[in-house]
Design a protein around this ligand. Structure first.
Ligand SMILES: C[S@@+](CC[C@H](N)C(=O)[O-])C[C@H]1O[C@@H](n2cnc3c(N)ncnc32)[C@H](O)[C@@H]1O
Length: 237
């Protein structure tokens, strides 16, 4: 295991199990969280009725964003945390949505079969142990010409973005997590993992190396500008 992972190793889905009951409350306090997910879902630019994979769907907020932005979408939503999925299932998003327990590193083992017209992975790629291997699997699950969006934090390219991220994390996110969910573990991990994740250019290069084309990055507004991004790409047709 690389030293970086060994030092910070957190069983991420297990940690999410423990905060699942408070996740929607906490993200509800984050201005723009849901609107930005909807923006990323819209940026997939998919037709009504498209088949969409929501990878690392958590409590289903990203699933809801897809359902609201892509009429009649057939959505398969996967997450490795049973606790997060239990909250997602309670949302009763309708018969077009199927929630599946499984690992983003091996979606096929959870019975996920392509092709998908689009994939949204919101706050997921940063957490997987081998991002390049994950990208290869996602590429194969997409139909030729299909589009993918990674809705993700990336601050490494900008000193200002890093400063704002660490100020918000230390001043708001970690204390609120401790107050409302009784543990700050996953929020301390969040701060570290964002600080260690690829910069925008490095992640774009990673997508190109995986074979994706039309790679481009779109910003969010509010305090998340320069911090959260839609990383968009397509499988060549
Ligand atoms: C920050 S939440 C994001 C949830 C949702 N996409 C949203 O935008 O609200 C990250 C989710 O990724 C899941 N996750 C982390 N690693 C995973 C893996 N290897 N396979 C599947 N899910 C994973 C966690 O269980 C958690 O629910």
């Amino acid at each position: 295991m690389p030293a970086r992972l060994a030092r910070h190793r957190v069983d991420v889905p297990d940690a999410f199990d423990h905060v699942a009951h408070r996740y929607d409350l906490l993200t509800g306090m984050n201005p723009g969280y849901r609107r930005h997910l909807a923006l990323s879902a819209r940026r997939l630019a998919l037709d009504p009725g498209s088949r969409v994979l929501d990878l690392c769907c958590g409590t289903g907020l990203s699933t809801q964003a897809i359902a609201s932005e892509i009429p009649d979408a057939e959505i398969v939503a996967l997450d490795a945390s049973a606790g997060m999925l239990a909250v997602a299932r309670r949302k009763r998003l309708g018969s077009g949505v199927q929630f599946v327990l499984g690992d983003a590193m091996a979606p096929e083992e959870a019975g996920i079969r392509g092709p998908f017209d689009g994939i949204l992975m919101a706050y997921g790629i940063r957490n997987v142990p081998e991002p390049d291997a994950c990208l290869t699997r996602l590429y194969r699950l997409l139909s030729p010409g299909g589009s993918i969006c990674f809705h993700e934090y990336s601050v490494a390219d900008s000193r200002w973005s890093r400063f704002v991220w660490n100020a918000v994390s230390l001043g708001v996110v970690i204390p609120s997590g401790l107050l409302f969910s009784g543990s700050s573990r996953i929020y301390r991990y969040l701060r570290r993992s964002v600080n260690e994740f690829d910069g925008v250019r490095a992640f774009e290069r990673r997508l190109s190396r995986a074979g994706f084309e039309a790679v481009q990055t779109e910003p969010m507004d509010g305090w998340q500008r320069g911090i959260v991004h839609s990383f968009l790409a397509r499988r060549p047709g």
